[in-house]
Write a protein that binds this ligand. Structure first.
Ligand code: MEV
Length: 326
């Protein structure tokens, strides 16, 4: 038996970092996927291979030993896969498997690769172990995985990877609303290798919060207002306002200390080349920017490709999906 599950990555349009403090956020799922294929085994061994990353790990469920060929066990994406399997095995029977993971998006670049991998792993393992989790339970478990691996995380990435689409997450993520976007958002994503991971960046912002509580409080308050106004601007297709709000939000992310010289270079090069708005997306610290380009999208794409890496973002309205082949 083969089970394949695929989950999309995402870009945050508004609300990164402030969402960790209960503020609202807006994000879209993008057509770059994490695919996981599970092949049945009769023993209690779990073998894991990540295409392109060369990680080959084995986990023996009997004696709980883990071996990893190139010592990347404690870092990166593997931790999410193993934690996801551990949490789902706590709910159902234990059985070995061969796992092949393919990740279409740049890993650790603020585009939700870890959430996409986690959600796809849980969805595939859910079928394999017949644990019968519903979508909302998959999203919840995936968030728990991110929390346990990273120490802190909002549910935004795992929610987008589970449901897909363009989503508004209300205060304290108490409300998830599908945004009625009836137009294709012309976005270019520029990405650079990460200097720090999400957990470290969340910690960095937290230290700023502790050092300057009332200043950071007001930054988060402004971010909240930006997200609320951006929600209306997106629905009404108010392009000028949307772009301006992105630019203001970028300035505030810079103030939080998550910008880098290369991200800044890309953000301003995009605007100079014709993007109406541009900002960091995701945790920052390296990672990615988005440029909103109702005009000159090809020019902005080429410009960002000259600086680092870039591609056009296409929104997907499908979330995680699974296929079983007997
Ligand atoms: C990560 O994509 C965005 C952050 O807001 C962290 C989180 O929400 O978990 C920085």
């Amino acid at each position: 038996m083969h089970i394949k599950a695929s989950a999309p990555g995402k870009v945050i349009l508004f609300g990164e970092h402030s969402v960790v403090y209960g503020k609202p956020a807006i994000a879209v799922a993008v057509k770059k996927y994490a695919h996981i294929t599970i092949k049945e085994r009769v023993d209690l061994q779990i073998n894991l291979e990540i295409m392109g990353l060369g990680v080959l790990a084995s986990l023996n469920l009997e004696d709980e030993t883990i071996s990893c060929k190139n010592n990347r066990m404690e870092t990166g994406i593997l931790k999410y896969v193993l934690k996801a399997l551990k949490l789902i095995q706590d709910k159902g029977p234990t059985k070995g498997m061969d796992i092949l993971l393919e990740i279409e998006m740049p890993v650790g670049a603020g585009l939700g690769s870890s959430a996409a991998v986690t959600v796809a792993t849980i969805a595939a393992a859910n079928k394999y172990y017949e644990t019968d989790l519903k979508l909302d339970e998959i999203a919840k478990l995936a968030h728990q995985v991110e929390l346990e691996v990273q120490g802190a995380a909002s549910p935004i990435d795992t929610t987008l990877s589970t449901y897909g689409g363009a989503l508004y997450l209300g205060r304290n993520t108490n409300r998830i609303e599908k945004l009625p976007l009836n137009w294709e958002l012309p976005l270019v994503i520029g990405h650079t290798p990460r200097e720090s991971n999400t957990a470290e960046l969340i910690k960095k912002v937290h230290s700023k919060m502790e050092e300057y509580p009332s200043i950071i409080y007001h930054i988060f308050k402004s971010m909240e207002q930006i997200t609320e106004e951006a929600r209306d601007a997106l629905i009404e297709k108010n392009e000028k306002k949307l772009a301006e709000l992105m630019n203001i939000n970028h300035g505030l992310l810079d103030a939080l200390g998550v910008n880098t010289p290369v991200l800044s270079e890309m953000v301003y090069a995009a605007r100079e080349t014709g993007a109406l708005g541009s900002k960091i997306t995701g945790a920052g610290g390296g990672g990615s920017i988005i440029a909103y380009c109702p005009v000159k999208i090809e020019e902005v794409l080429r410009k960002l490709q000259k600086i680092e890496n870039a591609f056009k973002a296409h929104i997907t309205y499908e979330g995680v999906c699974t296929n079983i082949k007997e």
